[in-house]
Design a protein around this ligand. Structure first.
Ligand code: SF4
Ligand code: SF4
Length: 81
């Protein structure tokens, strides 16, 4: 099993509930809490560290912190060895 420790730092006080991060994530890491009008970072271990969510957030409420030392990244690099 691939285990990763990717982190997504989220600052709710900066968030304006625009949903752009939720719509940007193509691997279902980010779900939407309709009641609280805020993103929920549900499956962070599946994050592909594309940084789209961080890039689209005009409020700087998201910071993606990939786990570069994980097995997952190692597998990517082994393809080119
Ligand atoms: S893109 Fe930023 S401001 Fe918009 S919902 Fe996501 S975290 Fe909040
Ligand atoms: S970095 Fe990419 S894959 Fe990871 S949560 Fe953000 S949009 Fe989704």
């Amino acid at each position: 099993m691939i285990r990763t420790k990717h982190k997504i730092e989220y600052s709710p006080e900066k968030c304006v509930g625009c949903q752009l991060c939720y719509k940007a994530c193509f691997v279902d890491v980010i779900r939407w809490d309709a009641e609280k009008k805020r993103p929920v970072f549900k499956y962070v271990s599946d994050c592909e560290h594309c940084f789209y969510c961080e890039a689209v957030c005009a409020k700087g409420a998201i910071r993606v912190v990939p786990d570069y030392a994980s097995e997952h990244m190692g597998q990517h690099f082994e393809q080119y060895a």
